[in-house]
Design a protein around this ligand. Structure first.
Ligand SMILES: *[C@@H]1O[C@H](CO)[C@@H](O)[C@H](O)[C@H]1NC(C)=O
Length: 111
């Protein structure tokens, strides 16, 4: 059963980070800085991938080629990103990857 341990940890971490990026504003302007925050208070003590990555998603599609941030410590609980110069729309979200992924509520990016 040992080989299933990473998957269990994955699910556990999704649940533990369920309050992720709740502090983001609903409207963001291109070029502004925003603090992405997530709750690490209940993070598991054994984290297989401690390196975080923040990805922008639009309409549920992840822009994996252009991470907003990469290579930071997942236990920081906060990371500042710059809103990229993307097409204005109201179906953007931010996804945090570390041990697992978790998405924010959707928000609008304005030109
Ligand atoms: C993000 O948080 C840091 C540290 O708390 C603060 O210095 C910075 O001004 C914040 N940035 C924004 C855009 O709020």
């Amino acid at each position: 059963m040992m080989k299933f341990a990473p998957a269990s940890l994955f699910l556990f971490f999704i649940m533990m980070l369920s309050t992720l990026v709740s502090a983001l504003p609903v409207n963001m302007q291109v070029g502004t800085k925003q603090n992405v925050t997530w709750d690490t208070s209940d993070a598991p003590t054994q984290i297989t991938n401690p390196i975080g990555r923040i990805i922008l998603s639009k309409g549920g599609l992840l822009d994996l080629d252009n991470p907003l941030a990469d290579g930071f410590d997942i236990l920081l609980g906060e990371f500042e990103v710059t809103v990229p110069d993307v097409e204005p729309a109201d179906d953007y979200a931010i996804v945090l990857f570390g041990d697992s992924g978790n998405a924010s509520p959707q928000f609008t990016i304005e030109a």
